[in-house]
Ligand binder design. Structure first.
Ligand code: ACO
Length: 326
């Protein structure tokens, strides 16, 4: 049986920090409200000349170095994002060119905040089947570009960043189980309505602010509390494990209250739940690989540990993966 594991990690966040105090000057909000309701303290925002591709390139370059392979060794690049540089070509193709990976196929994957875990699981299928040997999966977002900075219901939540992994065949451990799902009936709770074939960009769509994230926060909250813990439990069951076996839970970083609820559902003490939401906000597809990178960098993951990744997001969608770290 071929096993797929993560052999390299990289991350990139913009230098520019936007604090809750900065937001107090922009909209009717307070640091106290944002901290209490979300757990977010600050987030990173790209500069005018930066794009999602730039973050992908930095995170991807570090992941290649960390895996000790060259870009030309890659067979496939998957970029999970809702903020591609353009509608087409795929940001993954732009990254293939910038990294210098002539042998790599490339495509973008759009599954909102679940996108990175969807990409990880998709990539693993190519390795498990024997088709490919080395795959890069990047979760990257510049949500600041699709945020309505006058809407206090959404603009306090989001940030920019990217995390990348290299997937290769491993002798033991690696991906042990996963769960993927969707509920398109809830799609309208979290969307960006215009700019596609239904409502092409026009002066009206711009005037009506239809090119920004729209969200029914309460509906998404209810969905998230249920989906994230449930997906993790299903993935664990497929791996023949249970919540007690988890050494570290790395949830999508959307809201501290959602993370705590998922941790409780899995019966986990606080120290087994990784949180960096306070410093980056919700970076959608980038949030889980950014958190995984920092957890490993902080020495929170040892060889043989069971690490569970679980995300939810636009679609609505969810995705969880159980990894034995090595
Ligand atoms: N500052 C101050 N007050 C605010 C703010 C703000 N930034 N935003 C909302 N409020 C007010 C509301 O207007 C409301 O006031 P009212 O009672 O006078 O009407 C009050 O605060 C409470 O609002 P609620 O929406 O009930 O607040 P809640 O505690 O539910 O928190 C939140 C809102 C943080 C958005 C929460 O619902 C949430 O986290 N939802 C999930 C969001 C999420 O995870 N999104 C994922 C996106 S993933 C992707 O794919 C991009």
């Amino acid at each position: 049986m071929i096993r797929t594991g993560i052999t390299g990690l990289g991350m990139s966040v913009p230098d520019q920090v936007l604090t809750n105090q900065d937001l107090e000057k922009m909209i009717d909000t307070s640091d106290e409200w944002i901290r209490a309701r979300t757990g977010i303290v600050e987030r990173r925002i790209v500069s005018d000349n930066q794009s999602t591709l730039d973050l992908c390139f930095e995170a991807g370059t570090e992941a290649l170095q960390n895996a000790e392979i060259e870009a030309r060794d890659l067979d496939l690049i998957i970029v999970a994002t809702v903020t591609p540089d353009m509608v087409f070509p795929a940001t993954a193709c732009l990254l293939q060119d910038r990294l210098g990976a002539p042998a790599a196929a490339a495509f973008d994957l759009e599954a909102g905040c679940s996108g990175f875990v969807y990409g990880l699981i998709t990539g693993a299928q190519f390795i498990n089947s024997g088709a490919y040997s080395r795959i890069m999966v990047v979760g990257a977002e510049t949500l600041s570009r699709i945020t309505d900075w006058e809407d206090r219901n959404t603009c306090v939540l989001f940030g920019d960043g990217a995390g990348a992994v290299v997937l290769e065949r491993v002798e033991k451990g690696g991906l042990l189980g996963f769960d993927l799902g969707s509920d398109g009936a809830g799609g309208s709770f979290l969307d960006l309505p215009a700019g596609g074939s239904r409502q092409p960009a026009s002066q009206e769509t711009v005037a009506q602010k239809l090119h920004y994230i729209r969200m029914d926060g309460n509906q998404v909250f209810k969905f998230a509390v249920k989906a994230m813990g449930q997906a993790a439990l299903k993935a664990l069951k497929k791996a023949g494990l249970s919540g007690e076996d988890i050494d570290l839970f790395i949830p999508h970083q959307a809201n501290r209250r959602i993370i705590d609820a998922a941790g409780r559902k899995l019966g986990l003490p606080g120290e087994k739940v990784f949180v960096n939401l306070d410093r980056y906000g919700n970076t959608s597809g980038a949030s889980i690989p950014l958190a995984l990178y920092e957890a490993v960098a902080e020495g929170m993951v040892k060889s043989g540990d069971i690490v569970v990744l679980s995300g939810f997001g636009a679609g609505l969608s969810w995705a969880a993966a159980v990894l034995e770290w090595n």
